[in-house]
Design a protein around this ligand. Structure first.
Ligand code: SF4
Length: 493
């Protein structure tokens, strides 16, 4: 009898958009391929997570439990909310109702494994991707091997006695490489229809890792500091299979940066065209650096309908402080190209980074009013979440924003001391002219539910939250929303 492993995806946040737990699905697939009997419990739409977990413990009686934590908090400077107390309720429940060993994982855990293990009072966590580490951990348990030596694992050791010393270590260093043998079959593990019903798009990953070194970013620590590309044919096969098996027609590339490293975008999209996959595509993150007219034309031909571009700021001093690796001139050049493309673009900006002042904000506002128009929009976040181990943390300590001993488990943010947050928002709002600007509060607004229905009916490019800023400002929007709410499931008005 194969050992039974229960994988629990704890994410329940559906704003700004519900996110299919592809990482947990990949781990479930890897465990299944390794010979385990696996169940994946996705808590995203559960009315009562503890009831669902209790049922899974009774019926499946797992011998090992993987718990995936996607987000630490909302990352919203103006309205921060931590998800960790909810996760603690879940892991405390597991400890009371099951003797099975628990392995923590997920992107939030990779950002600060020691702090989260301490907070949840657990022993083991995966750092980085979990496919190999989870198989090694649960196999090691069966063989009573040295779990602390498993690649990608972190173990928290408690020493009893005065001060209850806690020692962390034995991490496997860099995340293990992407296993070629595991092909993601998300819909086998996750009820993708629930996600598609809310937002008709499935995530797909062409590569992992990021070789850039932005000041504030944890991504290289989570996925690795080098690009690791999947074979384009495998990505095309994954999309074709998902279209066949789920009816999905829209796919979003959730790679760190879609147009890096140089040459991969071309290989991937040419392969999709060659294989005859006819899907609508979007990309969750593009860099202005190196973006070319030829790339945009190829993206259009391959079915790309929307993309998110992430300059974060347009002023050279703040770009340099954030270590974005490109210049204001490169952002301007990308804007010219994007304006001439049919692909809808959402430009992302971070207000309040190091060195941000009135002058740099006014430059960004001028860019918004002059360069982001018509089909395009901008998403503006204020303040930057400070994560442990990033250079932003060191800067924040130097500037007295946080104390050196702060574990940063609960949300802490950096905001330039040269300008007040409300003033920064006012400069951007007032200077953006007719540019459609979306702020995080818009992306969590009450308009999202009806917006998703409108977007699905009209076949609008996803993500739908990009339209929330517009709808909430339209006069009579509230009336329109109520009519959609009252219209019932068919959505007729
Ligand atoms: S390019 Fe994006 S993913 Fe890469 S380090 Fe910078 S912010 Fe992080």
């Amino acid at each position: 009898m194969p050992a039974r492993i229960l994988v629990i995806s704890t994410n329940r946040e559906i704003s700004p958009q519900p996110v299919v737990p592809i990482g947990a699905a990949w781990v479930a697939e890897a465990l299944s391929l390794a010979g385990f009997e696996v169940e994946l419990l996705d808590l995203c739409f559960c009315q009562d997570p503890l009831v669902a977990i209790g049922r899974a413990l009774r019926t499946f009686d797992p011998q090992g439990i993987g718990v995936s934590v996607r987000n630490l908090d909302t990352c919203d400077f103006l309205s921060p909310h931590s998800f960790l107390p909810e996760v603690k309720t879940i892991t405390d429940f597991l400890k009371v109702h099951s003797a099975a060993p628990i392995l923590l994982g997920g992107s939030a855990v990779s950002v600060m494994p020691s702090q989260i293990l301490e907070y949840l009072d657990l022993e083991y966590a995966v750092v980085g991707e979990g496919e190999r580490a989870a198989v090694a951990f649960f196999s090691g348990l069966l063989r009573a091997g040295d779990l602390a030596a498993m690649p990608g694992l972190v173990r928290r050791r408690k020493r009893m006695g005065a001060g209850a010393n806690v020692e962390f270590g034995a991490a496997g260093g860099a995340p293990p490489s992407l296993p070629a043998a595991v092909t993601p079959v998300t819909h086998k593990w996750v009820d993708t229809r629930r996600y598609l019903g809310l937002e008709p798009v499935l995530p797909v990953q062409g590569k992992r890792g990021c070789a850039n070194r932005c000041l504030y970013c944890t991504y290289p620590g989570i996925e690795g500091r080098e690009w690791r590309m999947r074979e384009p044919g495998a990505v095309a096969e994954e999309i074709a299979a998902a279209m066949r098996d789920t009816g999905a027609r829209r796919f979003e590339f959730v790679d760190s940066i879609f147009n890096q490293p140089e040459g991969y975008l071309e290989l991937l999209l040419e392969e999709l065209l060659k294989s005859g996959v006819k899907a609508w595509l979007s990309a969750a993150s593009l860099s202005p650096k190196g973006l070319s007219r030829e790339q945009l034309l190829l993206m259009e031909r391959a079915g790309m309908e929307s993309m998110v571009i992430t300059p974060e700021t347009v002023s050279d001093p703040t770009l340099q402080a954030l270590r974005k690796g490109f210049s204001e001139a490169e952002v301007m050049h990308a804007a010219e190209l994007v304006a001439g493309s049919r692909i809808k673009a959402l430009w992302c900006f971070l207000a309040g980074g190091p060195g941000e002042d009135r002058s740099s904000l006014e430059r960004t506002a001028r860019f918004l009013s002059r360069k982001v128009a018509g089909k395009d929009a901008a998403f503006i976040t204020t303040g930057i979440r400070i994560y442990p181990g990033t250079d932003l943390q060191h800067l924040a300590i130097e500037e007295g924003v946080v104390e050196a001993g702060d574990d940063l488990l609960m949300p802490r943010f950096y905001f330039s001391q040269k300008v007040a947050p409300q003033e920064a928002i006012a400069i951007l709002r007032n200077g953006a002219g007719s540019c459609r600007c979306i702020f995080p509060s818009d992306a969590r607004s009450n308009y999202l539910r009806p917006l998703r229905r409108i977007g699905t009916m009209l076949g609008l490019p996803t993500p739908f939250w990009r339209y929330s800023g517009v709808l909430s400002r339209l006069s009579g929007a509230r009336r329109m929303v109520r009519r959609f709410e009252d219209a019932g499931p068919a959505g007729k008005i």
